[in-house]
Design a protein around this ligand. Structure first.
Ligand code: TYD
Ligand code: MG
Length: 468
């Protein structure tokens, strides 16, 4: 939506970009017509006042900043495909989330709350990769002494790691050029600014333009770039959402305050699976990998408690045991509360309606709180059945059977629908010593057993509730 002035056909020097959805508008307006949010538009300068070639204009809009070749139509089968070359970060869980290592020339945004461990993780990665990929750690938040001090304390190999305390993007690229790093970490993108704009550092236009410069640099030189981004209260990267469109991968670093476990999740990845999880523990020597994370998401004792149901979720490419908890309690409010932590709130409301209609269990006068243990978020529908079993268990104040797991989607007409990779989930549960599984019929093996675990196949919500 970059406007062209009607008379000259020359491009406007400015546009307005929405901080929420990243859409561009030719003039300022109170509400973004694309996402409907108010007061989210801010002005950005489009530096090219000279008429641009159409290809370049296109690249500006999409944030893609590669070199523009003359357009040439090619049969897709004739295009030479090169395996994108990857470099291991020497941190297995990090490699997993990246899709099997860091791709040369890729730009990866790592978002997360302040203090979650973004700088720690990237400093570790830069140091461990320095042998194969000379790195430049650009710090805009901490002094060089702080960065070096942390590296020493973490016992990292510092050979080949360079650091730069600088926030002006022009000067960063100017200094980087002669050194020719193969990896740049920009910590954080919110501190960077460009001389071409007058807006304050941290503003939407500065963040966006600085990121665009780095993306362009990455694509032109084949340098891999990590951008560190802080997350706002709403959960997005502070500044424009548009960053998410500009980069190749967006990883979020999550974790409960008070818990030492951290989950790195791929939210977008052009080079790998989304929703892939990497699990870390923050220790006194920095972030340590947790290669077998199932255990940590189950609450300590495996004694059955009312209001708890263990499920096998499949995030990315591996199954993971997590515990879903519910607390159902009489509500003093005329409009009882429904609170979901770690899963979607609207889905909770919908499932409670299904529970009433097709399970004959009414919770209309009860507050319902649900939580996924360990600060992890479950985004797949396989959580439906375990969630309702946990709710029922809390309402009746009776534990589900000892060592019981469940998974399955619940449809609006009360049917239990299959979920992908049922067999793999069942095997994972059996490996962890579970004795009984309540699962959708289509996910259950004919024999009714998986590695000694009893598998109960259910077709309707009512059946499932009965077995529970
Ligand atoms: P940091 O990487 O600075 O977070 P971010 O860059 O995301 O803001 O991590 C800071 C927190 O991590 C801080 O609260 C202390 C903790 N920490 C440890 O517990 N052990 C360590 O070895 C390090 C380096 C940090
Ligand atoms: Mg930091």
């Amino acid at each position: 939506m970059i406007g062209k002035s009607a008379k000259s056909g020359a491009r406007r020097a400015t546009a307005y970009v929405c901080a929420e959805c990243g859409s561009e508008h030719s003039k300022w307006q109170g509400q973004c017509t694309d996402c409907g949010r108010w007061n989210t538009l801010s002005e950005i300068a489009l530096e090219a006042a000279v008429p641009e070639k159409s290809g370049v204009a296109q690249s500006r809009r999409s944030g893609w900043a590669g070199k523009v070749d003359p357009p040439a139509i090619t049969a897709l089968k004739d295009v030479t495909v090169s395996e994108e070359s990857r470099e291991t970060t020497h941190i297995g869980e990090f490699d997993r989330v990246l899709g099997g290592g860091l791709v040369h020339g890729s730009v990866v945004l790592v978002g997360g709350d302040p203090g979650i461990g973004k700088s720690t993780l990237l400093l570790q990665a830069v140091a461990l990769m320095a042998q194969s990929l000379p790195g430049l750690y650009v710090t805009g938040e901490e002094s060089l002494a702080q960065v070096a001090g942390r590296a020493v304390r973490l016992g990292l190999p510092l050979e080949g790691v360079h650091a730069l305390a600088e926030t002006c993007i022009e000067r960063i690229l100017e200094q980087a050029a002669p050194m020719g790093p193969r990896l740049i970490v920009a910590d954080s993108i919110q501190t960077l600014w460009t001389e071409t704009l007058t807006a304050a550092p941290g503003s939407v236009s500065q963040v966006r333009e600085s990121a665009a410069r780095l993306v362009r640099y990455a694509k032109e030189t084949g340098t891999a770039v990590f951008l560190v981004g802080h997350v706002t209260k709403e959960g997005g990267i502070a500044g424009p959402r548009v960053l998410e469109h500009m980069v190749d991968a967006v990883l979020y670093f999550e974790g409960e305050s008070g818990s030492r476990f951290r989950v790195l999740r791929a939210f977008k990845n052009r080079f790998g699976a989304v929703n892939e999880l990497g699990v870390f523990a923050m220790a006194d020597k920095g972030l340590r990998e947790v290669p077998n994370p199932s255990a940590i998401f189950l609450s300590g004792s495996r004694e059955a408690q009312p209001g708890s149901c263990v499920m096998v979720t499949r995030e990315g490419t591996r199954p993971l045991m997590v515990e879903v908890q519910a607390l159902v309690d009489h509500s003093p409010l005329s409009n009882p509360r429904r609170v979901a932590v770690g899963m979607e709130g609207n889905r909770l409301a919908m499932l409670l309606a299904v529970l009433h209609r097709h399970g004959g269990v009414a919770v209309g006068d009860q507050d319902v709180f649900v939580n996924v243990v360990g600060g992890i978020r479950v985004q797949e529908t396989a959580v439906d059945l375990p969630l309702l079993l946990a709710v029922l268990s809390s309402l009746r104040d009776r534990p589900l059977g000892e060592m019981t797991v469940a998974f399955g989607e619940v449809g609006l007409s009360g049917e239990i629908r299959p979920v992908p990779n049922g067999e793999e989930r069942l095997k994972e549960a059996a490996t962890h010593g579970f004795k009984r599984a309540i699962v959708p019929k289509a996910n259950a093996p004919k024999s009714g057993k998986v590695a000694g675990m009893e598998v109960i196949a259910v077709e309707r919500l009512a059946d499932a509730l009965e077995h529970a």
